[in-house]
Write a protein that binds this ligand. Sequence first.
Ligand SMILES: C[S@@+](CC[C@H](N)C(=O)[O-])C[C@H]1O[C@@H](n2cnc3c(N)ncnc32)[C@H](O)[C@@H]1O
Length: 372
Amino acid sequence: MHLNCRNAISLVKQEGLLVRFIGNKDSLVDTIYNVLQHKEIEGKSFFDFFSGTTNVARFFKKMNYQIYSSDLLYFSYCLQKAYLINNADPSFESLLPKLKIKTSTLFNNPFENIIDYLNSLVGIKGFIYKNYTPEGTKLLEIPRMYFTSENGAKIDAIRQIIEEWYQSNNINENEYYILLTSLIEAVPFYSNISGVYGAFFKHWDRRALKPLQLKPINIIEGTQENQAFNTDSTKLINNIDVDILYLDPPYNNRQYAPNYHVLETIAKYDNPIIKGITGMRDYKNQKSNFCNKSKALEELDLIASKAKYKHLILSYNNEGIMTESNILDILNKYGKTELVEFDYLRFKSHNIESLKTKKYIKEQLYILSCSN
Ligand SMILES: C[S@@+](CC[C@H](N)C(=O)[O-])C[C@H]1O[C@@H](n2cnc3c(N)ncnc32)[C@H](O)[C@@H]1O
């Protein structure tokens, strides 16, 4: 089956981290859902096994599925907690009475008031300032230019106060992850990078020069008890039984953790030992087997054979390290598998210049329905 994917070319949807996360399915999730509907694939539970930005799980949460989600990245886990586990607008009822809120903001809702408060904080020279801004790293041979010094210090001030509020029980767990997510989603808009944190520009990109401002995230209301994990998802296959198991693994040998190391450190704020020109944290425990061809095939076989599901849906593309015939050989062992393909317009970077280097690839959806 072959489809044309019109959604795929909505390049400039400016929502938080979404447009800049490699392989995110923001612009494809509608199409994926429509294909499943068309094939009468539905159910009550959905496991987003490689959740990343949580886009796909969010969509299915809105469709009233009970959601399971997991990712190796801690910042993805923060998003999972805020968007999938949390089901209601935060009230900040313990914190608000303790803050002196300016009268001009009294008409805001509680979440907007807290975001305004965070946006007004004075910067602190903490870990981010000291390691990822030019002033903080001026003694290095190549000073790091991930953030302006002002924005680096602002990130530290915001991150530190969120932690302080949580440790002193002034905010609850849901409120904690909601605020962390608001910060994590804002940061890429002020980062002096082309999309990932594997390198920084040696000149200032215009967007990095703007003063950092957080925005309230869009809360998804719900009634289900969902579950989120920050682990190698294959460790969960014996414990979970779902209607739809959705797999969206890395497609090539580029590991995710080094490409998002600064976001990971902002989320964890754990003063890691860092190395090299980019100030990279260690990521040996966050390596994915899907970034290695033979291990990826073994891993796919393991998941398809051991996990309990009615339908296994794999997103992949025709340039991935596992070939179409390898994938079909594996999945066909466990049930009838169908392949649906979409033309997808890929951009090499977020820059509008890259329109000149546009290239179509085929996004693939492998659909395995269990025979038993
Ligand atoms: C293609 S991205 C998923 C994108 C996601 N569907 C979205 O829309 O944002 C792949 C994700 O898998 C995660 N990952 C890779 N191997 C993993 C594993 N073994 N267990 C859990 N997460 C893994 C990566 O950290 C990355 O976030």
